[in-house]
Design a protein around this ligand. Structure first.
Ligand SMILES: C[S@@+](CC[C@H](N)C(=O)[O-])C[C@H]1O[C@@H](n2cnc3c(N)ncnc32)[C@H](O)[C@@H]1O
Length: 197
């Protein structure tokens, strides 16, 4: 998207007006409206959270009794009500840090991971999907039974394989492109409800 188009972008303007750090906040809001992914009092883990748009929405939805933790390799400015961990999700210590912060398993894992794009679509697609498998490995250790998850998926050669992998783990699963998502973007969101193990 050209800079001039980005300036005109409705959700970018709205995010500025409403104090959200990214237009992505509205993707989570839209998907949550249809699928009730995060409940009041929920413990929420946000993987690939910078600059923090989803984390802000998660804090609002979980409320005072909830707890939210974000993980990213990039620095994230403080978000009241959330704890930020600067780490690579492939680092073995992340799961331990997550369980230590929450003190128990979480209700929801949200994952909006995107690698540094190289411009080579098949490389970017396969890197994004392999990051998702790393995130799912964390999820398997920290998500409680009946919990929910939301994963971004770059649509391509390996996305169906990832979808089928997640499908075995949840009672209900859907693949959606929110209206907020730009038409030219290949991203889809995998909404996973009712973790079974
Ligand atoms: C699209 S952004 C997330 C936007 C965020 N959901 C929001 O609403 O502001 C994707 C993020 O994934 C992070 N990321 C990619 N690979 C990662 C990894 N292996 N470990 C941690 N973070 C990673 C990037 O640093 C980037 O900040």
């Amino acid at each position: 998207m050209k800079l001039i188009d980005a300036r005109k972008d409705h959700y970018r303007k709205l995010a500025n007006l409403e104090g959200y750090r990214s237009r992505s906040s509205y993707k989570l809001k839209e998907l949550h409206k249809s699928y009730r992914i995060i409940g009041v009092g929920h413990y929420v883990l946000d993987l690939g959270c910078a600059p923090g748009g989803w984390t802000q929405v998660a804090v609002q939805l979980a409320g005072n009794k909830g707890k939210v933790m974000g993980v990213d390799t990039s620095f994230v400015e403080e978000i009241p009500g959330a704890y930020m961990l600067k780490s690579d999700i492939c680092d073995d210590s992340v799961t331990k840090e997550v369980l230590s912060f929450f003190g128990k398993k979480v209700n929801v894992v949200i994952c909006d991971l995107s690698p540094q794009v190289t411009g080579n679509w098949s490389v970017d697609h396969s890197t994004q999907i392999s990051s998702n498998y790393a995130a799912a490995k964390i999820m398997d250790q920290v998500l409680k039974k009946n919990g929910n998850a939301l994963f971004k998926v770059f649509d391509g050669e390996y996305s169906n394989e990832f979808y089928q992998y997640m499908k075995k783990k949840f009672f209900k699963i859907k693949l959606k492109k929110p209206k907020v998502s730009r038409k030219q973007s290949s991203e889809l969101y995998c909404i996973c409800l009712g973790y079974m193990s």
